[in-house]
Write a new protein. Structure first.
Length: 143
C-alpha cells in the first residue's frame, strides 16, 4: 500500500518547470510608474485612470489600454508573463486588426534593458489599476 500512496503523491508534485512557488519581492508603485515612462511603455499603452503619463504616440487603433474594469483581474503571474513574454497573450485588439493576424506581439521585448527592480515595480504599479467588473444581475440565494 505504501507504493500506491507514493505513486499517488508523486502525481501531485509540480513539474520542474512549474511556476508554482515563484514570487518576486514587493514592488514600489511610484517607481513602477517611472519605469513605465523610462521603458517607453506609454508609446503603445495607456493606463486607465492615470492622467499624468505621457500620451501614447501610436495611432489610436494600436493603443492597448491597461487597467480598468475587466471580467477577471490580471494575476501577478499573468502580468509578469505579459511583460517578459508578450507573444504569450496578445491583445484581442491586435488580433482583430484588419491586417492578417499574427502570433507575434507587436510589443517589443524589453528583457535586455529592463532591470528586475523595474519589472517588480511595474507590476506593483499596474496590478492595482485593474478592477473586477460586478455582475449585472443580482445574486439570489438558491431555494
Amino acid at each position: 500500500m505504501g507504493g500506491c500512496a507514493a505513486l499517488a503523491l508523486s502525481g501531485c508534485r509540480p513539474a520542474a518547470t512549474s511556476g508554482r512557488g515563484f514570487q518576486l519581492p514587493t514592488g514600489n508603485p511610484a517607481m513602477g510608474k517611472q519605469a513605465f515612462i523610462d521603458l517607453k511603455c506609454y508609446t503603445c499603452h495607456r493606463v486607465d485612470g492615470i492622467a499624468d503619463l505621457p500620451p501614447p504616440t501610436q495611432p489610436p487603433e494600436k493603443i492597448v489600454v491597461l487597467g480598468g474594469e475587466v471580467a477577471q483581474v490580471r494575476t501577478y503571474g499573468r502580468l509578469v508573463t505579459a511583460i517578459i513574454h508578450p507573444s504569450q497573450s496578445i491583445s484581442e485588439k491586435m488580433i482583430t486588426r484588419p491586417d492578417p493576424p499574427s502570433k507575434e506581439s507587436p510589443m517589443p521585448s524589453v528583457n535586455e534593458i529592463m532591470t528586475v527592480d523595474q519589472l517588480i515595480n511595474l507590476i506593483a504599479f499596474l496590478q492595482p489599476q485593474y478592477r473586477e467588473l460586478q455582475p449585472l444581475y443580482e445574486q439570489y440565494p438558491m431555494m
